[in-house]
Design a protein around this ligand. Structure first.
Ligand SMILES: [Zn+2]
Ligand SMILES: [Zn+2]
Length: 109
């Protein structure tokens, strides 16, 4: 059984989730497209749904989680990531964790 989404998704959430789910191929284009819609979704939830609780890091299956958690633990300082230059490590991690919720967004139809 799927875990329910811990907040009410808006149409933007659904749009990102739809893009994410429709790029199912393993090719580099699909993969980049999936990664960017997931990252944008995390950023969107962070700003548009500030009350949404982030899930715990998935240290087993997600290399980004491992990387970010280690980074925040050891430096806690600015993480250099594309499009997030002035963002603190904690915030980047939080946004990344929120992006994991994309697979719980219900897609109508
Ligand atoms: Zn939303
Ligand atoms: Zn992750």
């Amino acid at each position: 059984m799927e875990t329910a989404l811990p907040f009410e998704p808006c149409t933007t959430c659904v749009k990102f989730a739809y893009t994410w789910k429709s790029n199912v191929g393993d090719g580099p284009v699909e993969s980049v497209s999936r990664n960017s819609s997931r990252a944008l979704f995390g950023l969107h939830v962070h700003t548009a749904h500030p009350a949404a609780p982030a899930p715990g890091p998935d240290l087993v299956n997600c290399a980004d989680c491992r990387h970010l958690v280690t980074y925040v633990e050891y430096s806690g300082d600015d993480v250099e990531m594309e499009g997030a230059c002035a963002t603190s490590g904690d915030e980047v991690l939080h946004q990344h964790l929120l992006s994991h919720l994309i697979d719980r967004v219900p897609i109508p139809g």
